[in-house]
Write a protein that binds this ligand. Structure first.
Ligand code: NAD
Length: 257
């Protein structure tokens, strides 16, 4: 992205789930702004290293960290490690997440429920909780979480648990924004619609993607790069100083039917 946002250069950001997909694009986007970026991966550390290498090759500064964000203690450690590696933590992006598996609710196992909630909801709570004292002590900061269109429309077929976990992320964003506004910490979220990921590892069946596209005024999927601007905007105090508790929809005009 050629656009430079004045106040981001030199700031420190942790992007969870930034080895692939939207998170990788966001990490690269922040790196291109001259930010110090903690790239985070779990099962795919080679890809995390590659994202960090890309950021460094473009003149940026990047550290690579590993954690399973389904584990609350691992989340706390991850945030502490990012703070230590970067020397500050101005922005936290809670991006790691995913559908895990699809199931009608009557057949959904306790294990699936626990896994979906741990990955998408617990991680956002645990990483945010760990970042708050750091940001409070520093005089402010920005937390941005990746929610989903699913939080509004209940999700595509057999992904109710995912949609409900993302509903948690959207509500958590609004509530936490109110709680920490007095510490100059802004809390917002980005809700992607149907985004075409480079690695195509998503679990959305093709017929569901086609159905969504029929309802999308722009008649196409978005790209991960097209998500980046919303994160830059929400991270920048210069651009969004009076914006908190908001969910920015990046979906080509696809609203709840
Ligand atoms: P992705 O699979 O490329 O990214 C998910 C990231 O989460 C990966 O980098 C992965 O390493 C990380 N992750 C998964 N399980 C983890 C664990 N246990 N511990 C640590 N990290 C873990 O897919 P994506 O589409 O880029 O997803 C990024 C975010 O965007 C997710 O929160 C997803 O729910 C959300 N989202 C995606 C779309 C879309 O259409 N692609 C739409 C709406 C929301």
């Amino acid at each position: 992205m050629a656009v430079q946002v004045g106040d981001l250069a030199g700031k420190a950001v942790l992007v969870t789930g930034s080895s692939t997909g939207i998170g990788a694009a966001v990490a690269r986007g922040f790196g291109a702004q001259g930010m110090r970026v903690a790239v985070h991966g779990n099962s795919n550390m080679e890809q995390a290293e590659q994202v960090a290498a890309d950021i460094r090759a473009a003149g940026g500064n990047a550290a690579v960290l590993r954690a399973d964000v389904r584990d609350r203690e691992a989340c706390a450690r991850l945030v502490q490690e990012a703070h230590a590696a970067l020397g500050a933590l101005d922005v936290l992006v809670n991006n790691a997440g995913g559908v895990v598996d699809r199931s009608p609710i009557r057949d959904a196992t306790d294990l699936l429920f626990d896994q979906v909630m741990a990955l998408n909801a617990t991680s956002v709570f645990a990483c945010s909780r760990a970042a708050l004292p750091i940001m409070e002590a520093a005089g402010g900061g920005a937390i941005i979480s990746t929610t989903s269109l699913a939080a509004r429309n209940g999700g595509g077929g057999r992904s109710v648990l995912y949609a409900a976990a993302k509903g948690f992320v959207s509500s958590f964003t609004r509530g936490l924004a109110k709680e920490v506004a007095r510490f100059n910490i802004r809390v917002n979220a980005v809700a992607p619609g149907v985004i075409d990921k480079p690695n195509k590892s998503w679990t959305t069946p093709p017929h569901q993607v086609e159905a969504a596209l029929r309802m999308t005024p722009m008649r196409r999927q978005g790209t991960v790069e097209e998500c980046v601007g919303a994160y830059l905007y929400l991270a920048s105090g210069e651009l969004s100083s009076f914006v908190t508790g908001q969910v920015i929809e990046v979906n080509g005009g696809l609203y709840m039917p």
